[in-house]
Write a protein that binds this ligand. Structure first.
Ligand code: CS2
Length: 503
């Protein structure tokens, strides 16, 4: 029976938590896929059990389990904080996935996460799960910055966590350390390697992680590096679903609808896509039966998604923040920003491969609808995080390709300038930590030097490694500097006017 979501019921509600036992008695409007969770066996270890994983891979696996493929339960690992485990452990790993469109919301309780580990509390348990012969796949959503790439793309071997993990292989902190050590243990014990399935928004994400891990392993010894290079599969994948951070209002609304408390439901949109390279020597679920597209080469899909979706997302985030818009749908409803995004897409589309069947017109039309979803309230500040890690593959790569084809990337470079300007605005028009970046210390130090737009753009390109070694670098810096100067002088309106966009 549904309980009314009135404040008076909240204390009774918190006595009762979403769990295996209360799962049976949820209102009929809440979907629960029918399978016996006691019969599910773990087969996947997932690193980075954030909201994105719970709205995406875990939902696909939930369908596999419901279809009777019971060997693919998920052991969730948090590499940093205990908060997800603390919320989900009292709920037997269950949580609600709320699929929201502008005029409706549907709820489903997902059961594919069987247990959760917090790496800093118990690295041994994580290594044991990874080394378990039943673990056939390790999936990752650890965000761009956790790959610890140096400016220029190689492994940041001087990063303190990498230094730590090389000195303490039995007590790793990084994904690199956990993967390398568990692959070494499996090899020593004669257990087949697991397949590593990267699900982060990096270009050629599988190959990129493979390269970084081989670099890391080489610092431990050539033997392990060779084993990982030759015998471990790293299929690439393109993942797509917009997942805004859960708010307290979401928590209480969902708990009200369930009639029991869910401490951490996940909000998402109806759209969901997963394109995966089919290279799983240790086996995989029959994902193609549940909407996953299995392909030989995911590259074109990845580039389309990174450059059209994520690129425009970052544009909307920084231009939106500079214009005072708190959410994507509000920023995108602004006619000038909308016109800018169309121009950005037009530039980026020319950098995508022509002959592989990508329907970019349909894709951008769909994006426009997704961005207009008013129920998501996807915060511009959320997307603005970690720009130094995101812009290389979202914006700078297409700008370089466009320039080498002889066309100026004017719209693309405004995104870089808007990022720099938004960083400069923190502590003034925007709160100090309105969004964060691993390079914040160095960025703040630049800020105190009161550099000209040209100097600031050049310093930021140096710091981030944007276009490092590229013939286009100096021209890109000039373009970004000119935009930055206009943003500093006359705000977004001035920068738009120079592109011929009128508000
Ligand atoms: C967003 C992505 O936060 C961000 O940087 O651009 O998380 C985006 O919502 C997803 O990649 C969509 O699939």
């Amino acid at each position: 029976r549904r309980m009314p979501a009135t404040p008076g019921t909240s204390s009774t509600m918190t006595d009762r938590r979403l769990s295996n036992s209360t799962r049976q008695a949820l209102p009929a409007s809440v979907a629960v896929l029918g399978y016996d969770r006691n019969r599910v066996v773990p087969g996947i270890v997932h690193l980075g059990v954030g909201a994105f994983h719970r709205a995406h891979q875990a939902a696909y696996v939930d369908e596999c389990l419901a279809a009777g493929e019971m060997a693919w339960g998920i052991v969730g690992v948090s590499l940093r904080s205990a908060d997800t485990r603390d919320a989900l452990a009292p709920q037997d790993g269950l949580y609600t996935l709320a699929v929201r469109s502008s005029d409706s919301e549907s709820l489903r309780v997902v059961g594919s996460i069987l247990s959760m580990l917090v790496a800093p509390e118990n690295p041994d348990a994580v290594l044991a799960a990874l080394t378990d012969p039943g673990t056939a796949i390790v999936t990752l959503t650890i965000t761009e910055k956790a790959y610890l790439r140096a400016a220029g793309g190689g492994l940041d071997a001087a990063h303190p966590d990498i230094v730590h993990d090389l000195a303490n292989p039995q007590m790793p902190r990084t994904a690199h350390g956990f993967l390398a050590e568990s692959l070494a243990r499996r090899r020593a014990a004669g257990i087949q390697p697991f397949t590593v399935l990267c699900c982060d928004n990096l270009p050629a994400n599988g190959a990129t992680l493979h390269r970084l891990l081989v670099e890391f392993a080489a610092l431990r010894g050539t033997d392990l590096a060779r084993h990982i290079a030759d015998e471990v599969a790293f299929p690439s994948s393109m993942v797509d679903r917009i997942v805004p951070a859960t708010t307290d209002a979401d928590r209480s609304r969902i708990s009200g609808q369930l009639g029991v408390e869910d401490a951490w439901p996940v909000m998402t949109e109806p759209f969901c896509q997963w394109v995966v390279e089919d290279d799983f020597p240790a086996g995989r679920p029959a994902w193609e039966r549940f909407g996953v597209t299995m392909v030989g080469d995911v590259g074109p899909f990845e580039d389309m998604k990174l450059r059209l979706l994520n690129g425009s997302h970052s544009a909307i985030a920084y231009l939106g923040l500079l214009s005072g818009f708190e959410t994507v749908d509000r920023a995108f409803a602004d006619p000038a920003i909308r016109q800018f995004v169309d121009g950005l897409w037009a530039e980026a589309v020319t950098t995508l491969p022509k002959d592989v069947g990508l329907d970019t017109a349909d894709y951008t039309a769909q994006l426009a609808k997704r961005y207009s979803n008013t129920a998501l309230a996807h915060r511009t500040a959320q997307i603005a995080n970690d720009g130094s890690q995101k812009l290389p593959q979202r914006i700078v790569a297409s700008a370089m390709e466009r320039m080498s084809g002889g066309a100026p990337p004017a719209y693309l470079m405004l995104v870089v300038a808007a990022w720099i300007a938004a960083c400069e605005t923190r502590g003034e028009a925007l709160p100090e930590n309105h969004f964060t970046d691993p390079l914040d210390q160095a960025l703040a130090a630049l800020d105190t030097r009161h550099l000209s737009a040209g100097e600031a753009a050049a310093a930021v390109f140096d710091l981030t490694g944007f276009a490092k070694g590229g013939a286009e670098r100096l021209t890109l810096i000039d373009l970004a500097a000119a935009h930055l100067e206009r943003l500093r002088q006359g705000g977004v309106a001035a920068a738009f006017t120079a592109l011929g966009i009128e508000g």
